[in-house]
Design a protein around this ligand. Structure first.
Ligand code: GLY
Ligand code: MN
Ligand code: MN
Length: 461
């Protein structure tokens, strides 16, 4: 997952890849939590075919990346803490193959896994069935991802093989345990190296949203604005977005996962962009909503200010000791109060919340964890209660209001307006840091940036 950043005369945002030493420390931290006599098995992602000979760009499995930084498909990692508590790391990888490498690029190979990735022993995958059973001998328990059914079947085979060879079950690992809850708790708390990558992902994503605001004009295709976003990501060495970019003009902004991006952006409407860069596997996740012609109308302004107030109040409560759900509750209250003030809902805000009367306008939650996965791993509840925030956690704050074009309970002037504002927030020792603050979100800030320079639709660009 390392993207060499091309040298450029244009300003770039620096980030340091995670060091091999840090990947080693993560493996040690994981094994440090496990008893002697434990094996941990983890599989890399596989290359996926898109159609016939064309493949999807390869993306390493986030868990596998977190523990190794190894960028190739199909590898298998085995970590062992033996009965004496000694630790060993093994990796099985695709073999070096000059003929194949002419087509698909260089491979690290078994030697490279030791020399370049800090594993104790590297082997090639063709040795897997021969070498794995003896490695498992004498272990008490095996941890692997229960969601990996293919590995589960392989493991069954290796254990049977071992049992036949030993003619006794004594030395065959008896317990199978799910690795995911343990590993995902580690991934939930981002260390300094991860924080600087997420800061870079936030800054690059913010630069892309600023570029979109400065390039947007009426008559443009949504896809063209998407291309501006992609241009800025690529300029900083991020070839791929963290998820499919959403560019929805007008009522398309009311479709939460609108990714067709195929319509024309019309004068007088808003455009909602939800897009984030991926930096060394870490996701940025920003939404901004702004007027296509650079000027909010009165109704757009009124509704936008409700969402902005909710978002800022929700961010303000992020700190260690607060609960994950606190920002959502605060945002929800302000959204409903705003809807009542504007006449889109009638009644007492607390009762409307109780009755979920806001659901036609706000149908998603305010936050999710963010990290190697855009909807990152980690429990949201502990002992049935919303989880307490701790330094190193990263969450999004993303309230919105969506007035469906066919909502006949509201005056026609509101219909087809979709607004979401989303930032990425790191919980720090003393409170929080907004990783994505370098893209404006106030009405004045957006209008100022959009109108600093003339925006014209030209064929040349
Ligand atoms: N971009 C996906 C999300 O905001 O959840
Ligand atoms: Mn999000
Ligand atoms: Mn988003």
């Amino acid at each position: 997952m390392s993207h060499p950043v091309p040298s450029s005369v244009e300003p770039s945002i620096d980030f340091e890849p995670v060091s091999i030493g840090e990947f080693q420390q993560r493996r040690e931290r994981l094994l440090g939590q496990l008893p002697p006599g434990t094996g941990v098995l983890l599989r890399a992602a596989s290359q996926k075919i898109r159609n016939r000979d064309a493949e999807y760009p390869f993306r390493q499995h986030s868990d596998f990346h977190y523990l190794s930084g190894f960028p190739e498909p199909d590898a298998l990692m085995l970590l062992i803490k033996n009965a004496q508590g000694e630790i060993r790391s093994l990796m099985f990888v695709l073999p070096k193959d000059p003929q194949q490498e002419i087509w698909t690029g260089y491979r690290v190979g078994a030697d490279g896994v030791e020399a370049r990735f800090g594993f104790d022993q590297g082997y090639t995958l063709d040795q897997l069935d021969k070498l794995m059973p003896p490695q498992l001998q004498g272990l008490e328990q095996l941890y692997f991802s229960f969601s990996d059914t293919e590995l589960s079947a392989q493991l069954q085979g290796w254990c049977q093989n071992l049992q036949q060879r030993l003619r006794s079950a004594e030395q065959v690992p008896q317990q199978r345990l799910n690795l995911e809850p343990l590993l995902h708790e580690l991934r939930l708390i981002k260390g300094p190296a991860e924080q600087q990558l997420m800061r870079a992902a936030g800054q690059i994503s913010a630069a892309a949203h600023r570029r979109a605001m400065q390039k947007c004009c009426s008559g443009m295709g949504e896809y063209r604005l998407e291309a501006e976003i992609q241009h800025e990501f690529g300029r900083h060495g991020c070839r791929f977005p963290a998820y499919a970019s959403i560019v929805g003009g007008g009522a398309n902004g009311c479709i939460l996962h609108y990714t067709q991006n195929s319509d024309t952006l019309d004068d007088g409407e808003l455009v909602l962009i939800d897009a984030g860069a991926e930096v060394e596997g870490y996701a940025g996740d920003i939404t901004r909503t702004f007027p296509i012609n650079g000027q909010f109308s009165d109704d757009q302004r009124a509704l936008y200010q409700v969402v902005l107030d909710a978002q800022q109040a929700a961010i303000a409560v992020v700190k260690p000791g607060a609960r994950f759900d606190d920002p959502h509750q605060i945002a929800l209250k302000l959204l409903v109060v705003g809807l009542v003030k504007l006449g889109l809902l009638q009644g007492d805000p607390d009762e409307l919340i109780e009755q979920e009367a806001y659901k036609p306008f706000y149908m998603h939650r305010t936050s999710h964890w963010l990290g190697l996965d855009v909807h990152d791993v980690g429990e949201y509840k502990q002992q049935g209660e919303s989880r307490i925030l701790e330094p190193g956690m990263v969450l999004t704050i993303e309230p919105g209001l969506y007035i469906a074009p066919n909502n006949e309970t509201v005056e026609p002037r509101w219909r087809g307006i979709g607004i979401r504002i989303e930032d990425d927030v790191l919980v720090t020792d003393s409170g929080h840091e907004v990783l994505t603050e370098s893209v404006p979100k106030t009405i004045d800030g957006i209008e100022r940036l959009m109108n600093q320079q003339p925006r014209q639709l030209t064929e040349a660009e």
